[in-house]
Each structure stands twice: as structure tokens, then as C-alpha cells.
Design a protein around this ligand. Structure first.
Ligand code: AMP
Ligand code: ZN
Length: 403
């Protein structure tokens, strides 16, 4: 009894996590105790690029130089980390903007060296997906990652075994929403949320008219790649680049008064999300249980959990539309909390603790950031080394607060 009691009290350690792959400087302090992760604190400073209309990599780097170390210092002071250092430093290794990654990784290496603790290098997209594991979905699981830089459907068989089942052939859903929203007069970058709020406020009666009266308004935004099921494509892909040219053409030919602006914004959101659902349905159809249809290869036969992640995942309309997925009754859906959909350091800490505990890997210090890093090559890039058993045990069995 006593031994068991001691062991239970023991499993508790803290992680400092940092994210900086684009324009958000983020830090978080997490604690893992008896299998449960608690977010103790987090902080974020986001670069404003509204005037520039997009993120400029050198500005993003300068932003991290200015803010990231100060955020770490404030967090350390607030939680006494100088006296009781965390047991791990989890840091984004890629993919992302190299100037941003370089600034953050340098700081992370310095912290891990100074505290002499393992540095865990995290794949940014794996982190977006892992944040939903706070809701405990089980492998194998499907993740629809919709962010500013990526749109893909990924089959995760374990934390390190991923297969990209469908990817975008051009730009990401978030990027397309941002570009189209700018064309419709919304200001700034990362303006998907502005578009969502605007569309949500449109009178429901007017929305019903928009549904019925395409011909009146003259903007026929078609579902991209819509083909009969018999024509199962070789590769399942998304495409989002055409939305912007459609809107630009419509603006040129029809102008854009307030009602047309509402109409185009509404249609854009509807059709873009319908396209995502349509492509995911195609994948569900192709990979369903063998015998379910003539294309079915059984790849998803054991999948019961479906995770939506990335910034666009915070859109309520997209979440509603998941109800239109084939087999949705047989899937358990997990959504990150809204605040954790966009870039944050909590997701880096959660994924990093998974890599540490399940793979027992740490990052060597002689590595560089990775700009492009496909999800199915998470461990193929090198630069990882095993955490020695003694060190591993001293962390997961540590009996003190912090270390
Ligand atoms: P991420 O790349 O995961 O940090 O997400 C940022 C992207 O998500 C940007 O393109 C945002 O415009 C988009 N985004 C964030 N919130 C929403 C929302 N509520 N609706 C649509 N897009 C969103
Ligand atoms: Zn992201």
C-alpha cells in the first residue's frame, strides 16, 4: 500500500513549452500528474501585420527577439522556475518560417542547456493535432487539420506513425479564407474569424434567400472537383486557390454593394466548407470497411475517433458541417477548445510530453530548424536521440514539485 501510495504521489513533472513558428510568440507551463496534463500558465504576444497584409518573415523574427525571452522570464519569475526548473523544454522544430524558428529554437536550446534538461523538438502540425488528445481520443484516429498553412486529412496510427490521406494541391483553407476576406474588404491578416462573425450576423431570412436565389445574385460558386462517385480519383486532394479568382471576377463584373458583399461572404464560407466535407467523405468512402462499397480498402476500418484541429477548426459552421460526414454516427469527434485552435505553446507541450513519454526521444543540440517537414516524415529527419533510462526515470518518477 505504502509503495503504491508513494508511486502515485511521485508521477508529477513540469514542462516549459515554446511556440514561435510564425508570428505568435507563445510560452506555456504544463504539469503532468497521474496521466493528466494541467496547464499552469500560458502567455502569448502576436505580431500585428494588418498594415502589411501578410506576415513578413524578418518582422516575425524581430517580434520573437523582442518578446519571447521576456515572456519566458516573466513566466519563470511568476512560477519560481529559477529555483525549481521544469523537467523538460518542449520547442517547435518546424515546419514554419526559418527566421522565426531560428530565433525560438536558439532560446529553447539555451534554456535546456542552462537547466540541463531534455529538449524535445516538436512538429508544429503534430502539435495542432495532439492538443485534441487532451480529450483522449484513441489511435488509430483521423485528423482534419485546417490551418493557415495546411489543409490535410491525416491517419495517425500512433504518435509517430502518420499517413497523409488527402492534402491540398495549392493553398490552405485558412490562407484562402484570409485572401478572399481581404478581397471583400476585411482588414488585416488571419481574418477568418472576422468573416465568420460577419456571416453569423446575416439575417437568417436573407441567408435562406441566398440559398434559393443564386441566379438573382449571379455568383455561381461551384463545389470544386465535384464528380460522380464512380470516378474515384487516384489521389484525393483539396483545392482552395480558385475561390479568390472567382470572387475577383465577380467583383469586377458586378461590383460589391453591402448585400452582394454579404452574399459572397456567405457563399464563400458555405462552399469552401462543403468542399472540405465532400473530400473527406470521398476518403471515408474509399477507406471504409472492405465490402462496404466497391472502392473500400479497409484502411479506416479501426478508426473511431475524429479530431478537428488548426485555426479554421474554431469555425462553428465548419464544426456543424461535420454532421454531414458519412458515418458521422460511428465517429467520436474531438475539438480543441477555441483558444487552443490557433498557434499556442500548450499544444507544443502536450505533443512534446507525448514524444518524451511514448518515444523516449530528445533533440540533439546540433540541429537546425526545418522549414518544410511532411507529417509522414516526423521521425525520418534525424536529430533525435534516446533519453537515457536513468534520466527518463528520474523525471517521470520524480517525487518533488517541478523536478
Ligand atoms: P493556424 O495557422 O492554425 O494558426 O490558424 C490560423 C488560420 O486560421 C488563419 O488563416 C485564420 O484566418 C484561420 N482562422 C482562425 N479562426 C478562424 C475562424 N473562426 N474561421 C475561419 N478561419 C479561422
Ligand atoms: Zn499553426
Amino acid at each position: 500500500m505504502q509503495r503504491a501510495g508513494l508511486r502515485l504521489a511521485a508521477r508529477r513533472y513540469r514542462t516549459l513549452a515554446l511556440e514561435y513558428s510564425c508570428d505568435d510568440s507563445c510560452v506555456a507551463l504544463l504539469e503532468k500528474s497521474r496521466g493528466t496534463i494541467t496547464v499552469i500558465d500560458e502567455a502569448k504576444a502576436t505580431l500585428s501585420s494588418a498594415a502589411q497584409g501578410g506576415v513578413i518573415p524578418t518582422d516575425a523574427r524581430a517580434h520573437h527577439e523582442i518578446h519571447l525571452a521576456q515572456l519566458v522570464r516573466d513566466l519563470c519569475a511568476k512560477h519560481d522556475l529559477w529555483l525549481r526548473p521544469p523537467s523538460l523544454v518542449c520547442a517547435t522544430r518546424g515546419p514554419g518560417m526559418v527566421p522565426s524558428l531560428g530565433a525560438g529554437l536558439q532560446l529553447s536550446k539555451g534554456l535546456a542547456s542552462a537547466w540541463n534538461v531534455p529538449l524535445i523538438g516538436v512538429h508544429h502540425m503534430l502539435a495542432h493535432i495532439s492538443i485534441s488528445t487532451l480529450n483522449r481520443p484513441r489511435f488509430p484516429l483521423l485528423s482534419l487539420l485546417c490551418s493557415g498553412g495546411h489543409t490535410m486529412l491525416v491517419l495517425l496510427r500512433s504518435i509517430a506513425d502518420h499517413e497523409v490521406v488527402a492534402n491540398t494541391m495549392d493553398i490552405a483553407a485558412g490562407d484562402s479564407l484570409d485572401k478572399c476576406a481581404r478581397e471583400l474588404g476585411f482588414l488585416g491578416n488571419m481574418i477568418g474569424p472576422e468573416l465568420e462573425k460577419f456571416v453569423a450576423k446575416i439575417d437568417p431570412a436573407l441567408k435562406r434567400r441566398f440559398e434559393r436565389d443564386d441566379d438573382t445574385f449571379g455568383f455561381l460558386l461551384k463545389l470544386p472537383m465535384k464528380r460522380a462517385r464512380q470516378h474515384m480519383p487516384e489521389k484525393i486532394e483539396f483545392t482552395f486557390a480558385g475561390f479568390l479568382s472567382n470572387i475577383q471576377h465577380f467583383k469586377k463584373t458586378h461590383g460589391l454593394n453591402e448585400q452582394l458583399r454579404a452574399y459572397v461572404a456567405y457563399k464563400l464560407q458555405e462552399v469552401l466548407f462543403d468542399h472540405i466535407i465532400d473530400r473527406v467523405n470521398l476518403a471515408l468512402h474509399r477507406h471504409s470497411r472492405v465490402g462496404a462499397n466497391r472502392h473500400a480498402d479497409g484502411k479506416f476500418a479501426d478508426v473511431h475517433d475524429f479530431v478537428l484541429s488548426g485555426g479554421v477548426a474554431s469555425n462553428q459552421r465548419l464544426r456543424e458541417k461535420l454532421g454531414n460526414l458519412e458515418f458521422h454516427n460511428q465517429l467520436n469527434f474531438s475539438f480543441p477548445e477555441l483558444r487552443l485552435c490557433c498557434d499556442n505553446a500548450v499544444m507544443i507541450g502536450v505533443a512534446g510530453m507525448g514524444i518524451f513519454e511514448e518515444l523516449r526521444l530528445q533533440l540533439r543540440l546540433d540541429i537546425c530548424p526545418i522549414r518544410k517537414w511532411p507529417m509522414d516524415e516526423v521521425l525520418l529527419v534525424g536529430g533525435y536521440e534516446p533519453v537515457p533510462d536513468a534520466l527518463y526515470n528520474s523525471i517521470v518518477n520524480s517525487s518533488i514539485q517541478g523536478r
